[in-house]
Ligand binder design. Structure first.
Ligand SMILES: Cc1ncc(COP(=O)(O)O)c(C=O)c1O
Length: 520
C-alpha cells in the first residue's frame, strides 16, 4: 500500500511505451470491411461519443478529451491504481437501488400490497456494496455460504437476507438458520428434509419459499414457454404441490410463498406476465392449504450494454408485472400477495467501468478478403468472462484522449492464452488506437468482478469506488504472492522473505507419495 493507503499500481500494468499511432481507419474504411461488422453495429460519426444509456450518468469528457468518471480523469485513476481496474460509481449504484425500490413499491401500492426488493448479491458482492444497497432500503439475497458471510460481515440484518441455490450444503443451511436468516428458498425434496432436521435440532422456525420453474425462460427480447423446462433449478408446476404439502407437514418450516426466476437481461414484460399467470394459478391452489403472503418473481431486468440496447424502464416493467399479477388474482378471486423481486444487474451493471491499457494492435487478414483489427488489452476473460461464457456484447471507448481520425472496426481482446478471450467482439474505435491508450469498457458492474478468475495466473484487479470526487479501493487487487500463497508445493519463503497472507494449512508441503496412497 502507498502511504496514502491506496493500493500500488499493479506491477504488470505499467504504462506501455507509447508508439507512433498507425491509422487503422484506412483498413476498416474499405467498404468490404463492413461485412465483418455485426448487422446491429452502426458506424458512428464520432467514435469518441459516450452513449448515455450505457455509461454512468456522471461519465463525461473533460476539456482535454479525457474520460472522467465520477469527476476523476481516467488517466489519474490509471496512475494511482494501474490497469486493469474495475471502477464503480457509488452514486450510480445508490441511485439505481432507490429508483428500483421506488418503482416496485409504487407499482405494488397501486394494488394495495407491498413490494420488497432484494439485491441479488451474485451480480457483484463486497461489504461496501452491501452497505450501499441496504442503506438505500434494499434487502439482499445470497446463494452460497460465502455470499452469506460477506453480507453478514457488512452488517446486514439477517432478517432481511434471502438464501437460495440448488445445492446448499448442510453447513450452509445450519449457518443460515443459526444467524436467523429471513427466508430460505427451497429447491429440492432432499433440501426440505435437510432443513427440517436442522430447524428441529435448533428448536427454530424458518420461513421458506419454494422455487418453481414456471416453464417460461426469457432472455432479452424473447421468451420461451414450455410445459417443462430442462434445467436444474426448482420444482415443476406439477411437482410443487406435493413439495409444499411436505413442507406444511413439518412443524419448523413456515411456508410463505412461491419463488421463480425466469432468466436474465430481459427487456420486456411479456415473459414475466406469462410466468406470473402460471404462478398465480399455482399460488391460488396452494392458498387452499393456508395463507401465502409472498410471491417472489426473481430478477432478470435488462440493462444497455451497447448503444442499440433499449431495455424497458424499470418503472414500466414494475407496473406491467404488478398489473399482470393483480389481474390473475382477480380472475381467480383471491387477494393479491405482497411481491418480492431480486434485481442484480439492474442495480450495479451500469455503475461499473473497466479500464484497460492497450498493449498491441494487429490487423488480421480474413479469408473473405476483409481485415479485422485486433486490439489487445492487459486484462481479458479473467476479469470479464461474459463474452466467452455467453457471447455477451460490450462497447468500448479510448479513455485517455479523443481523436479526429476516422473510426475503425476493432475487436478488443485480452491477454489470455485462449482464442475466445474477447472483451468487446465488435466496436468502432478511432482509427489511430495505439499501444498505451487507455481503453474503457462500460456496463461492467455486474457479473464481471463476481465471475473473475485467475486463469493464466493473472491476478484479479482491484475495485475502486468513486464518490464525491474521491476514489477509494473497496476490494484490493491480488498480487502474485496472493496466488503463490495457495500453492502447497512451495516453500514459505521466497526471495528471503515470508510469503504474505499464506494460510498455515495452505503452506504445508504436499504429502509424500506413500501417505497419499494410504489415504486413497
Ligand atoms: C434466483 C435469481 N435471482 C436473481 C438473479 C439476478 O438476476 P439479474 O442480475 O439478471 O437481475 C438471478 C441471476 O441469475 C437468480 O438466479
Amino acid at each position: 500500500m502507498t502511504p496514502s493507503g491506496l493500493a500500488e499500481p499493479h506491477p504488470d500494468s505499467r504504462t506501455a511505451s507509447v508508439e507512433a499511432p498507425t491509422d487503422w481507419s484506412t483498413v476498416s474504411a474499405d467498404p468490404h470491411h463492413r461485412s465483418v461488422a455485426p448487422a446491429w453495429l452502426e458506424r458512428p460519426a464520432d467514435a469518441n461519443g459516450l452513449a448515455p444509456a450505457v455509461w454512468p450518468a456522471a461519465a463525461a469528457r473533460d476539456a482535454d478529451g479525457v474520460l472522467e468518471l465520477g469527476g476523476i480523469p481516467a488517466t489519474a485513476l490509471r496512475e494511482r491504481f494501474g490497469t486493469p481496474l474495475y471502477v464503480v460509481d457509488e452514486d450510480e449504484v445508490r441511485q439505481a437501488a432507490r429508483r428500483t425500490l421506488d418503482a416496485f413499491r409504487a407499482a405494488a401500492a397501486l394494488h394495495g400490497v407491498q413490494a420488497r426488493v432484494y439485491y441479488a448479491g451474485k451480480a457483484f458482492l463486497s461489504t461496501e456494496v452491501v452497505r450501499w444497497v441496504t442503506e438505500e432500503g434494499l434487502a439482499v439475497d445470497v446463494c452460497s455460504g460465502g455470499e452469506l458471510a460477506v453480507a453478514l460481515a457488512a452488517g446486514a440484518d439477517p432478517a432481511r437476507l434471502g438464501f437460495h441455490g440448488n445445492n446448499k450444503s448442510v453447513a450452509e443451511l445450519e449457518r443460515a438458520v443459526e444467524v436467523g436468516i429471513g427466508s430460505i428458498v427451497i429447491d429440492s425434496l432432499i433440501e426440505i428434509e435437510r432443513l427440517a432436521a436442522i430447524v428441529e435440532r435448533r428448536g427454530a422456525t424458518q420461513a421458506v419459499l419454494l422455487r418453481v420453474n414456471s416453464g417460461v425462460h426469457a432472455e432479452t427480447h424473447d421468451f420461451l414457454a414450455t410445459a417443462h423446462e430442462d434445467q436444474k433449478f426448482g420444482f415443476t408446476l406439477t411437482d410443487a404441490p406435493a413439495a409444499v404439502a411436505r413442507i406444511r407437514e413439518l412443524g419448523g418450516l413456515e411456508f410463505v410463498g412461491l419463488h421463480c426466476h425466469i432468466g436474465s437481461q430481459i427487456f420486456g414484460t411479456a415473459g414475466f406476465e406469462e410466468s406470473a399467470a402460471r404462478l398465480v394459478e399455482l399460488h391460488a391452489e396452494l392458498r387452499e392449504g393456508g395463507e401465502l403472503p409472498v410471491l417472489n418473481l426473481g430478477g432478470g431486468f435488462g440493462i444497455a450494454y451497447t448503444s442499440v440496447d433499449d431495455p424497458t424502464p424499470i418503472e414500466q416493467l414494475a407496473l406491467g408485472i404488478a398489473e399482470s399479477v393483480a389481474r390473475q388474482c382477480e380472475v381467480r378471486g383471491i387477494p393479491m400477495p405482497n411481491l418480492a423481486f431480486e434485481p442484480g444487474r439492474a442495480i450495479v451493471g451500469r455503475a461499473g467501468v473497466t479500464l484497460y491499457e492497450v498493449g498491441t494492435t494487429k490487423p488480421v487478414a480474413l479469408e473473405s478478403g476483409d481485415t479485422r483489427l485486433y486490439v489487445s488489452v492487459d486484462g481479458g476473460m479473467s476479469d470479464n468472462a461474459r463474452p466467452a461464457l455467453y457471447g455477451a456484447q460490450f462497447s468500448a471507448r479510448i479513455a485517455s484522449r479523443t481523436s479526429d481520425v476516422e473510426p475503425a472496426l476493432a475487436r478488443v481482446v485480452g491477454k489470455h492464452c485462449e482464442s475466445g478471450d474477447i472483451v468487446v467482439d465488435a466496436e468502432y474505435l478511432p482509427g489511430d488506437v495505439s499501444p498505451g491508450d487507455l481503453l474503457a469498457v462500460p456496463a461492467t458492474g455486474a457479473y464481471c468482478f463476481s465471475l473473475a478468475s485467475n486463469y493464466n495466473y493473472v491476478s484479479r484487479p482491484p475495485v475502486v469506488a468513486l464518490r464525491g470526487g474521491e476514489a477509494r479501493v473497496i476490494v484490493r487487487g491480488e498480487t502474485i504472492d496472493d496466488l503463490l500463497a495457495r500453492d502447497a508445493g512451495l516453500s514459505t519463503v521466497r526471495d528471503g522473505r515470508e510469503l504474505a497472507g499464506a494460510p498455515t494449512e495452505g503452506r504445508q508441503r504436499m504429502p509424500v507419495l506413500s501417505e497419499r496412497s494410504e489415504s486413497k
